[in-house]
Design a protein around this ligand. Structure first.
Ligand code: PLP
Length: 380
């Protein structure tokens, strides 16, 4: 075996020994009750989205044929961005092919020390998504990581570095994807303002589920002009892609400096058409949002009644904290044997000792589905 392959094989053996080996699940999961997905509003299979995708494909093609700066810019891409900006209350927006790409490309560009003249100070919640870390790594920026949701710790770090003449940025998710808890966006904006920092918020898991019209936790907060709000189309919107809603200067800057935008083919018109349709449907889904969050609250109470720990979740994402990877895999397998699909989340996705089942609730679930889930969890 080639020497490199031997190293790869040894790495796989080591992961397997720790219960951390990842495998692709079966390809046909139809018939299983699915709590492992992120289709929070049950939009992914809605006929309106499929029809919108087909209409967009007929008008603009199945593929966009090039990057936005070359042949891939269609009126549909720009219409979606205009709509996002209007609904997010920002001057502009920019869409990308994935959320991961959005964070990696935008954060790397925003932290570019050759533009800023010096390495910026980056204050980041400890549990931020891997794609936000990647953006920092690409920029060569060291993160000052504050304890998860601990704004007193963030404030202390900001004060500790108050005298340094370097630009500052605060990076956070709004709803945290693995814990289902929420950041206090108004308080973060206040701290950012006080310390002249730029606030960057990832609304991947809040888009569609929170906000008066479903446009995220930031929707109800008075944000500064410089604040950058990122989100994805891959979760509650039921398709794929990412966006940033931001000042026009930031959009123009990203069009020139974000590698993941410049050097990547524009999102397919099929996806953009479906994403725009989903975005338009969100304000009409308020009753579904309320029902989803009420169901999540009942689930947490029932889990506690079973002696299980849903952590600090206050949203439609409910972890069941188990501790070790092995316990978590065994629980996932026990549920799978009963026809129920859940995610077993282990390090490095979550910190050591906090392996968990992750239950993603959807407006498409029924009360009967919830009863089945609880019965299965109770009889593991
Ligand atoms: C908080 C957060 N940001 C970004 C992403 C990446 O989004 P996408 O799946 O659209 O690439 C995810 C994906 O799980 C996420 O949880």
């Amino acid at each position: 075996m080639n020497e490199l392959l031997q190293h790869y094989a040894a790495a796989l053996d080591s992961l397997a020994g720790q219960g951390l080996l990842r495998r692709l699940p079966a390809t046909d999961q139809r018939g299983l009750l699915d709590f492992s997905g992120n289709d929070y509003m049950g939009l992914a299979k809605r006929p309106e989205l499929v029809d919108a995708a087909l209409a967009a494909g007929r008008a603009f093609g199945a593929g966009s044929t090039g990057s936005r700066l070359l042949s891939g810019n269609t009126p549909l891409h720009e219409a979606f961005e205009a709509r996002i900006a209007a609904d997010k209350g920002t001057q502009a927006a920019l869409i990308f092919a994935s959320g991961y790409q959005t964070n990696a490309a935008c954060i790397a560009a925003l932290l570019d020390k050759t533009v800023l003249g010096t390495q910026p100070l980056v204050f980041a919640d400890k549990l931020n998504h891997a794609s936000m870390h990647l953006g920092c790594t690409l920029a060569g920026a060291k993160q000052l990581r504050y304890r998860h949701l601990d704004l007193a710790h963030l404030q202390a770090l900001l004060e500790q570095h108050a005298e340094e003449p370097r630009p500052r940025i605060i990076l956070t998710e709004s709803v945290f994807g693995m814990d289902g808890d929420q950041a206090d966006i108004a308080a973060l904006q206040h701290l950012a303002r006080l310390h002249s920092a730029l606030l960057y918020v990832d609304e991947a898991h809040a888009t569609g589920v929170f906000g008066p019209r479903g446009y995220g936790l930031c929707e109800a907060v008075e944000l500064d002009e410089g604040t950058v709000v990122m989100g994805t189309m891959s979760k509650a919107l039921g398709v794929s892609g990412g966006y940033v809603a931001c000042a026009r200067t930031v959009r123009d800057y990203l069009v020139n400096k974000a590698g993941g935008f410049i050097f990547s083919t524009a999102p397919s018109p099929l996806v953009v058409g479906a994403g725009l349709k989903a975005w338009e449907l969100l304000p009409g889904l308020d009753a579904d949002r309320k029902a989803l969050l009420a169901r999540a609250e009942r689930l947490r109470q029932s889990l506690r009644g079973l002696g299980l720990d849903p952590g600090a979740s206050t949203t439609h994402i409910v972890p069941v904290l188990l501790g070790t990877p092995q316990q978590t895999l065994a629980a996932k397998d026990a549920l799978a044997a009963k026809g129920i699909l859940v995610s077993a989340v282990r390090p490095p996705t979550v910190p050591q000792g906090t392996s968990r089942l992750r239950l993603g609730l959807s407006a498409a679930h029924t009360d009967c589905d919830m009863d089945r889930l609880l019965a299965a969890l109770g009889s593991r």
